[in-house]
Design a protein around this ligand. Sequence first.
Ligand SMILES: [Zn+2]
Length: 473
Amino acid sequence: MTKSKQKGGLGFQDFESFNDAFLAKLSWRLHHNPSGLLSRVLMGKYCGDTPFLQVEHRAAESHGWKGILIGRDLMLSNAGWAIGNGEYVNIWTNLGLATPPKYDLWVQHHSSTPNGQATIQQVLPHEEERILILKPSKTGAPDKLIWLGTCSGIYTTKTGYHKALELVETAATPAATAAIDWEKGIWNLQTASKIKLFLWKIFQRALPVGELLAVRNIGTTQNCTRCDTVESINHLFFHCEFARKVWRLALFSTCFDSRGLLDLATEWQHLCTLKCLPPVGVATGPLAPWILWSLWLARNNRIFNNKDATPEEVITKATAAAHEWLQEQKADDKPKTNPPRQSLPYPNSTILHSDAAWRGDLHLAGLGWTIDEEGQTSSFMSHCHYVNSPLVAEGLALCEALSCCIAKGLRRILCKSDSLRLIRALHDEAPVSEIYGIVADILNLSLAFDFVSFAWTQRSENKAADALARQAL
Ligand SMILES: [Zn+2]
């Protein structure tokens, strides 16, 4: 959370964020009830003919109105448009404003119309492919400003507050993500590829910790189950008393107090160079990534399986896994190809096949995928615990595979899966609540590509991925 909070108590930033969140609530009401008394008074006085969402800040304006505009900007910082008939989005463009502040399109129960498509072609041609994957309203519903922080699309002060804090954090640490050197900090680390993907998720803020879930309003767990503080990445992995004990047990040769860690991205490199004293010491490769991984597994085991681990068990598991991985590396004659690598622009689309294998008694899923680019096929696999059904497993396989493609810098992807239910859910033809979060993740990840499509394929066409998934299991 914010730095002010780490020093104890509520800081100025928290109050300010909370205040902004309330102001955003007010703006939300003004926008959605333009005929209300307050709206009419304020709009008449301050907006003239300009729509509320487009009114600019002026030097001489009342304190109250200034506040409302601050709230409005907060609201717009995390708002998107549900495209109905395309009219409102059209207005933005016609007014010469190029594009709305953020036109991430959020589609819930819509499918495409010829009208909607034509509008998109006119208004946002460069986004056409991306938008057509999403489905606008069939019934010509008006475009609607929606809040991206809740699944209902309705603004709440709570989610607004989280967003405001996030903005404060980003402003306070402008290099939050820039500071991480992806090559050095993740992909070149001497560690397992599953750990690299896991780290990548942490730094992309894609790991579903309570704080991020709360912002997206998915799931119910929002606070740390051990101490009831907001479960942020920093809290879960460093500041929680439980995490502190784990780090202390690591017996690093230089003293490391995880409470002192303020910005993971800037301190990550240092963390990876920490050497452990024997007998814990890992001969080569950093231990820190494995500690994070082990803490994450322990957290999930506690939440989903009601199983608790001691700090001793967590650190033992981390070191054992690190050692095991090192042994595997030595056993292999030839070095493994380093899977997720950085960017090269590929002119043509890459074909991604993903598949999953599942064991119900263990709630375990094996994930496998192949990436065909320019005639070369590379294979990947991974596994995942706490998986409740084959469908969830299929979703996770595709999700991991897409993360891998992003990491490889691929831009145009054709995804093939033999799970018809998954593909239909992705196309919003038949949503399945069980995989709501995974589908949302897949769609979020797909925004990273220039082009992405999801297609069903026969099992017989998906044999390589299937074999990998079984092997992973
Ligand atoms: Zn805690």
